[in-house]
Design a protein around this ligand. Structure first.
Ligand code: SF4
Ligand code: SF4
Ligand code: FES
Length: 359
């Protein structure tokens, strides 16, 4: 019998089971309770910064943060009440009073709409606690990928935590406290001079658009709606799932798929930002073969494949099978890799084959 057998608590009056180590928030989410969060990212250690996820706990003097409070047997938890909703609204109004803008463009990042959505849900007054503000934007940071607009920052530290916990880079940190709080790199420098790998993780987890995707925002004034198409990153054999953002017939940005089995929301700099080649005017859209004068001219796939096959066979006939060496693409799926080695071994008679993923 498992250690977890028989562990139950009462959630809004209903007895529910839980696993040891789960937080009240995780148990509540599993039971479709709609508890608001801002500093929470399910991939990261709970942090307890925003307090929006408060719940009432019988016997506790004040509401507790459900994301950082572990479930215990026999607890009696209330996830929704008039008092809780009032507390959440005031907390949200305190958070949002710090922000210059509430309407954030959806191209800014995957989680960029979270604060805006909550403001709408609670009908929060955005200037109620207007006054001191924290965070100085780094408009002087010349990097081509990440907008560092810290006047939009709510000090949820999701960026710092994702950089450390998911990416292992520790490129950014928190400096000072209170209204002097500032997300910064070591010695307050530029991202290009830091340990940042420009993976974009901090952009995608930021709930306010304080960190935003500069490349995607280039299309913010394009009229068409943003559409997302699930696909697989073409760059290497890992197979990271991505959502390709388009406006009309143009790719405007990439967002990592948080439910991608191979990447769980992570991407590298290429998968995240290197998509401009798709619309580049020099992009090859048809095979080329050399004509009798040695010039490259456009050809059909049949012509190109016939020419390649004739050339390979000529090399084998003239110089022997070991004159050939094949390199399969690391971007190709397993099935294509299998066919490639079959072609080389069975078709051309050599075992000289490798793939570029080893480079
Ligand atoms: S882009 Fe990646 S490495 Fe750079 S600060 Fe953000 S999370 Fe860290
Ligand atoms: S920059 Fe964004 S993710 Fe980072 S602490 Fe500020 S609001 Fe949170
Ligand atoms: S989501 Fe729990 S404290 Fe922020």
């Amino acid at each position: 019998m498992s250690d977890n057998s028989g562990l139950t608590l009462f959630l809004d009056g209903e007895e529910v089971g839980f696993t040891r180590g789960e937080s009240i928030f995780q148990v509540s989410e599993r039971h479709q309770k709609d508890i608001p969060t801002l500093c929470y990212d399910e991939r990261l250690e709970a942090f307890g910064a925003c307090r929006l996820c408060i719940v009432e706990l019988e016997g506790a003097r004040y509401p507790v943060a459900s994301c950082t409070t572990k479930a215990e047997p026999g607890m009696r938890v209330t996830s929704k009440s008039g008092r809780l909703e009032m507390h959440r609204r005031v907390l949200l109004e305190m958070v949002v009073s710090e922000n210059r803008e509430v309407d954030v463009n959806e191209l800014a990042g995957y989680a960029s709409q979270e604060m805006t959505t909550l403001v709408d849900r609670y009908d929060a007054r955005t200037g109620r606690f207007a006054g001191g503000k924290s965070g100085t934007s780094r408009a002087d940071d010349p990097n081509p990928f990440i907008l560092r607009d810290y006047e939009q920052c709510i000090s949820c530290y999701r960026c710092v935590r994702v950089c450390a916990e998911q990416e292992g880079d520790y490129a950014i940190s928190v400096m000072n406290r209170g209204f002097d709080t500032q997300i910064t790199t070591e010695f307050g420098g530029l991202l290009v001079d830091s340990a940042c790998t420009f993976c974009g993780q901090c952009i995608q987890t930021c709930p306010t658009g304080a960190l935003a995707d500069i490349k995607a925002l280039r299309a913010k004034d394009v009229e068409e709606p943003v559409e997302k198409t699930r696909s697989i990153c073409p760059y290497c054999g890992v197979g990271c799932a991505v959502d390709i953002m388009t406006k009309g017939d143009r790719i405007v940005g990439i967002q990592p798929a948080m439910d991608g089995p191979a990447n769980e929301g992570a991407l590298c700099v290429k998968g995240q930002f290197a998509f401009d080649f798709v619309h580049h005017p020099d992009r090859l859209k048809t095979p080329f073969v050399r004509n009798d004068h040695g010039q490259l001219v456009p050809a059909s796939w049949d012509e190109a494949l016939d020419k390649a096959a004739a050339g390979l066979l000529a090399a084998v006939n003239e110089h022997g099978r070991h004159s050939l060496y094949a390199v399969a693409s690391g971007r190709a799926p397993n099935e294509a890799g299998f066919l490639m080695q079959k072609l080389v071994r069975a078709g051309l008679g050599t075992s000289y084959i490798d793939n570029c993923s080893r480079a």
